[in-house]
Ligand binder design. Structure first.
Ligand code: FES
Ligand SMILES: [Fe+2]
Length: 429
């Protein structure tokens, strides 16, 4: 008997077949090599990425200063989903599905702003900032509004970094990440920062290529003339090899000296590497070249008002990475915070925020061009590299290639985490 045509199969059996194909694809990945092409190109894999990776893990979506006042909100677009992140009148930050409980209209278009209440433009159902329905025209006196609050989404603030989890049950491990990272991040005092500048860059490549590109600096010296002024690439996943033994040893000696100095100032600095966990993360405070101060064109601070109670400028840069979609750099004077959101198999939003102390005055304490120039240039360069990688992978000639064990171990680690999480989700259904 011939196989049933695709359209005659039940949706459930089609889904099982697709999952079996995905499991076979996961099994086909050669350890230490880039992923097979469908992981970057296939709409079906992309749909599973949204559902099983972005739908079931803690996703970094922004920072508290982006919604500093009651009524401030921004939206997060994830596939077909839209999430509202709102600060309510009690200053609590909340997350809701951006879907009216009347006939399902999207409450707010993509973007940010300030509201008193959340009023649906369609028939004016109105929700307060706690998500409770408070006005429902023409529904009659006996209508029970309490059954129609906005659907909430798990949200946590980690020292001012905002994460959401879309799954009904919170993904495990957030409290462990908070306990480990808070002592590192808290001295930079995110809640008392403001957004000095924000940029949205659409990268023309799969979101995993954006993340892979971030997890190595093997490409830095040839592609980032601005970033490599302040940044010492050996802190970003290098292992000693015959080609770089002296440089890595010299860097490690500098790292040990600086860690001692910073820790004496009360700043935890030693590397934490827990990227393999469900809620995976890594943090380390790294030296900055020359003056040792900040990720700027001349390595000197870009903002005269330092963060929190910090009084010294040369504190290097605390770098933090979270799975599956963020990285952050915390200096004495400013913070650069990155989130990655998939838009389509071949389109990814990279959102970057530059935070300074909320009392710093533009034009007096800092200049936006100087503050943002290194990472604006670097993002554009990285976006072009991601696009180039995606183009090459789309060719029939592409086959997975080997990662460098000396410079690309963290990229391999990212792919391993991704495949492991996908595999685990497919097993649990
Ligand atoms: S769909 Fe929102 S008020 Fe009708
Ligand atoms: Fe880069």
């Amino acid at each position: 008997m011939s196989a049933l045509p695709q359209l005659e199969r039940s949706p459930a059996s089609a889904a099982r077949g697709a999952d079996a194909q995905l499991s076979a694809l996961i099994a086909s990945r050669r350890p230490g090599f880039t992923l097979p092409a469908p992981f970057y190109l296939s709409p079906r894999v992309f749909a599973r990425d949204l559902e099983l990776i972005f739908g079931r893990h803690w996703i970094f979506v922004g920072t508290e200063p982006e919604i500093a006042e009651p009524g401030d909100f921004f939206t997060v677009e994830l596939g077909g989903d839209s999430i509202l992140i709102v600060r309510d009148d009690d200053l609590t930050v909340r997350a809701f599905h951006n879907v009216c409980r009347h006939r399902g209209a999207r409450l707010r278009p993509a973007g940010s702003g300030i509201v008193g209440n959340l009023v649906c433009p369609y028939h004016q159902w109105t929700y307060n900032l706690k998500g409770e329905l408070i006005v429902s025209p023409h529904m009659g006196d006996g209508f029970e509004r309490c059954g129609y609050s906005l659907k909430s989404v798990h949200l946590e603030s980690l020292a001012g970094l905002l994460f959401i989890c879309l799954a009904p049950e919170r993904a495990p491990g957030f409290e462990a990440m908070r306990a480990a990272l808070t002592p590192y991040i808290a001295p930079h005092d995110i809640p008392n920062c403001k957004v000095a500048f924000q940029s949205d860059l659409i990268e023309h490549g799969n979101w995993k290529l954006t993340m892979e590109n971030n997890r190595e600096c093997n490409h830095c010296s040839a592609n980032h003339p601005e970033l490599t002024v302040p940044l010492l690439e050996y802190g970003f996943g290098y292992q000693p090899s015959s080609e770089n033994l002296e440089e890595v040893q010299a860097f490690n000696a500098l790292l040990a000296r600086e860690h001692q100095r910073w820790q004496a100032c009360g700043l935890p600095s030693a590397e934490i590497e827990r990227l393999r966990e469900v809620t995976g993360f890594r943090a380390v405070r790294l030296p900055i070249a020359q003056s040792g101060e900040s990720q700027t064109v001349d390595t000197k601070v870009a903002c005269r008002r330092l963060l929190g109670a910090l009084s010294e400028t040369a504190l290097g840069g605390l770098s933090v990475w979270t799975q599956p979609n963020s990285w952050q750099h915390f200096m004495s004077d400013h913070i650069v915070s990155f989130s990655v959101l998939p838009l389509a198999p071949e389109r990814t939003l990279l959102r970057t925020r530059w935070l300074v102390h909320k009392d710093a005055q533009e034009g007096v304490d800092y200049d936006v061009d100087r503050l943002a120039s290194v990472w604006t240039a670097t993002n554009a360069q990285d976006g072009a590299l991601v696009e180039r990688a995606h183009q090459g992978i789309a060719s029939p000639a592409y086959e997975p290639g080997p990662y460098s064990p000396f410079t690309e171990g963290l990229v391999d680690g990212f792919c391993n985490w991704y495949l492991q999480r996908l595999s685990a989700a497919l097993k649990t259904g």
